[in-house]
Design a protein around this ligand. Sequence first.
Ligand code: NAD
Length: 667
Amino acid sequence: MTLQEFQAEIKQGIPSVLPPKHEYDPKVNHAPIRKDILSKEEKQLALKNALRYFDKKHHAVLAPEFAEELKKYGRIYMCRFMPTYDFHARNIEDYPYKSKQAAAIMLMIQNNLDPAVAQHPNELITYGGNGAVFQNWAQYLLTMKYLSEMTDEQTLAMYSGHPMGLFPSHKDAPRVVVTNGMVIPNYSSPDDWEKFNALGVSQYGQMTAGSFMYIGPQGIVHGTTITVMNAARIIEKDNEGVAGKLFVTAGLGGMSGAQPKAAVIAGAIGVVAEVNPAAAEKRYEQGWVDELHYDLDDLVARIKEAQKNKEAVSMAYVGNVVDMWEKFVEEDVFVEMGSDQTSLHNPWAGGYYPVGMSYEEANDMMAHNPKQFKEEVQKTLRRHVEAVNKLTAKGMYFFDYGNAFLLEASRAGADIMKDNGEFKYPSYVQDIMGPMCFDYGFGPFRWVCTSGKAEDLDYTDKLAMDVLEEMASTAPEEISQQMRDNIEWIKGAKANKLVVGSQARILYADAEGRIAIAAAFNKAIKEGKISAPVVLGRDHHDVSGTDSPFRETSNIYDGSSFTADMAIQNVIGDSFRGATWVSIHNGGGVGWGEVINGGFGMLLDGSTDADRRLRSMLFWDVNNGISRRSWARNEGAIFAAKRAMEAEPLLNITIPQIPEDDLLNQF
Ligand SMILES: NC(=O)c1ccc[n+]([C@@H]2O[C@H](COP(=O)([O-])OP(=O)(O)OC[C@H]3O[C@@H](n4cnc5c(N)ncnc54)[C@H](O)[C@@H]3O)[C@@H](O)[C@H]2O)c1
């Protein structure tokens, strides 16, 4: 297809002539079949909803086709309308546009649906099994059309993938406002999601999927490397370092696939169970995991050898994680660090596979006998926890990895609670990310070079490193470790070959670092040292964007961890301080109804407007969370809030007074 043809297709939107029917491609990794949840009347409603996108003259052809999709897959994806052009982040100038900001958003959308990046591209799912960019192909086509024709005086409102339309606004307003999965709070159970999604009226946007900010597993490799390094620091007895320490976990999917690579970058031995052979083999072929093991005896022998030689190596066990943990108990394997990253935010629809049956058998039971499937999952979780408990009794440090493991295990009746009603194990945010990173404002800042050129990415890496080194020379002791870790990361980032899809990079920085790096990029774009604009963004898994009591805000102890004011304040504040697009989601990471999370995208085009916007928005985007974490009496955040006020006279954060424990104990 020529560039002109591609552009014409984008501008056309939903085609007026029906394209040929799309054949189901068994080679593509497809989303699991969703459960049959709608009544007969509701199925008619789903059909009626789907047909809204099409000229009435096509209804007689499309209605039976969509009804068949609903029956077969549990959803109407409108497969016929999937474009035949390649999905990848093209050079920004390849997109037809009137607003360059809108072109950047098209680039990011296509990156999220690139088959090299996305988990189930045909079903518009980027990661996490259900992290959707759109609910169906009509929404994609219509959104791209709107983006291609909008100007900087308009804003596109998007409701769970559905482009509601273009509305007049102004050049400093976001070009797109995204909401995903927002519902009335009492209607936020997993089955509510199944139903609303099957009806075509709501979607699970995960975090960076529905906000077009996913950059492949690089984002999570970095966060996981920091987590493993800091977990090793927590258990270190005598400054002995990470070498030879064993980190055991599960999941080689969209995000979890980063674990073995991160373990090796951190210098540890990483062992990861993955029940889906296709997922394990994909990670092996991509070089994200060094060895595949199908036999548990072989695996144990290999682990013991790696422990003896203190190798930095990663191994996948292709099988159920519970079989692996039970074998380690039996063989007395000493595990220093343990966790889990199966998709337990989505336990009944393919996120966690029961032990004692094949992957295919489990999928069949999930679709045809969901009640028994649920019982098997819960039984498996109880066995899972029992094995983990035996190893922690021998000294393993176990942490929840933000996948709702502790929550679902407790709901399954596993032995996971202490007498005081708290979980036996911390989440990685309580022990590691919260106190060491988020409270100081350090979080997953990222950027994408819209030229698609590796040279541009190299230049941004250099600029970011220079900025961090300069800052590190005067940084206070409290944040010097974080600075050093990130300088090391950015130095090795290229060699680690982490780019999948767009030319993107991530590092952890605080507000000062993010602003300084962004300003340096904007200046370099203006001077022509970077050949095209750069998109800034971040993971929602950050200081300010996410209220998630079992994850991002699990180290908030003033009783406010179940409130979601911070995430809402964040997205509103970002939107009027210059973000190019903003998003707010129900769900993401730990499950629908369990978290509210938001993010932004910002285009740097070398202009003075971009310079003004980045300073205003990035400052708020971090310091909003600092102020809330500080008000919750988190020590690091109080330090960061006071430091931010010294640097910015217009900032005036309310600092908490902390009463003496002796006084409180009298009551
Ligand atoms: N801590 C973090 O920073 C962080 C970041 C991203 C995602 N997460 C969470 O981690 C989870 C995984 O995310 P993902 O994108 O990799 O999801 P995913 O669905 O792509 O991958 C999960 C993998 O676990 C495998 N699996 C499921 N049950 C298993 C079992 N019993 N034994 C062995 N393997 C099993 C699946 O086959 C799948 O490949 C999600 O809940 C996500 O929200 C946490």
